[in-house]
Design a protein around this ligand. Structure first.
Ligand code: SF4
Length: 310
């Protein structure tokens, strides 16, 4: 039976860490104040925080559609051997984007009632419209992403079924890292038998960032643990950049793993320092979560309207 818990379960992820680094108050709204906001008897603060937590933006929405679609295409391909046409895939993404725009512009009441089932863009919620330059940028991304996916090194390699084996996507969602439940979002893992390598793939629908490598190092640690690999030399990690059709494939070194362990330890320490009761994962008072001093962060924050009240 569904049990209502006073506090959420503690877990760690890189995105949780990044959010904490961005603004402690934002972290509190997102991971604690929104808890039980989906319940009719939830507090007004919890309901508002939960609703706002579900706001997305155009780039993130586009990225999630592309990721879902690639997973579906690869799964179907492995079952049937059929590769869909680029135009079919692009039309699907376009249709989903249009639905997102329609939800944001005209279905606000429905979104307020069921924020997980409808889409609300930050741009529309706070400014009433999506800026023209963003629309142009998304149109550009749409025009190149599916072509680059179909021509990517990864998709070419997995089409050679004699040489590769793709692992079920669901296996790579959570891990226990240093006794802590840790969420991971590994886009794809496959085995290249010819070269004797495990390949971890991350599809990128935006520009490359310094964090891409750290994220993949965490995934490699998990893979080594899950499959009892002797060392990391059997693992290759790859970022596939769908905007320009390039990829970065590399092996990781000791320094990468030291770095990710270090981030994990410091991050958990900081998160625990914001708890009143660690065993229950009960947070300190909201006012004790500091607000950022950088106004530019607030401009793009989902919780801006809550922050003005509390
Ligand atoms: S509006 Fe600014 S201070 Fe408030 S939660 Fe968002 S980023 Fe933090």
């Amino acid at each position: 039976m569904f049990e209502v818990k006073a506090y959420p379960e503690y877990s760690w992820s890189l995105s949780r860490h990044k959010l904490l680094m961005e603004c402690n108050r934002k972290y509190a709204y997102n991971y604690y104040m929104s808890h039980n906001g989906w319940l009719r008897e939830g507090s007004e603060l919890a309901k508002s925080a939960y609703r706002l937590k579900n706001i997305t933006n155009v780039e993130m929405f586009f990225g999630s559609i592309i990721h879902e679609l690639i997973e579906k295409v690869v799964t179907e391909y492995l079952k049937t051997g059929v590769v869909p046409k680029e135009e079919t895939l692009t039309a699907h993404v376009s249709q989903r984007l249009n639905q997102g725009f329609t939800d944001s512009k005209t279905n606000r009441l429905q979104w307020e009632a069921k924020p997980k089932h409808f889409t609300m863009f930050h741009e529309v919620y706070y400014n009433g419209a999506i800026p023209e330059e963003k629309i142009e940028e998304i149109k550009y991304r749409l025009s190149v992403s599916m072509k680059n996916f179909l021509e990517s090194q990864t998709f070419k390699e997995i089409k050679d079924k004699n040489q590769t084996k793709v692992f079920e996507f669901e296996q790579f969602r959570t891990m226990v890292f240093h006794k802590t439940k840790t969420y991971i979002v590994m886009d794809m893992v496959y085995r290249d038998f010819k070269r004797g390598k495990w390949i971890i793939v991350d599809w990128k629908t935006g520009k490359s960032t310094d964090e891409d490598r750290e994220q993949l190092a965490l995934y490699a640690l998990y893979l080594k643990q899950k499959f009892n690999l002797e060392d990391f030399s059997e693992i290759e990690v790859r970022n596939e950049y769908l905007l320009n059709g390039t990829n970065a494939t590399y092996s990781l070194n000791e320094y990468d793993f030291l770095k990710v362990n270090h981030t994990f330890e410091l991050s958990n320490e900081k998160m625990f320092s914001l708890l009143e009761n660690v065993a229950k994962n009960q947070p300190v008072n909201l006012q004790e979560f500091e607000k950022t001093e950088h106004a530019w962060k607030c401009d793009r924050c989902n919780f801006k309207e809550l922050c003005e009240m509390y």
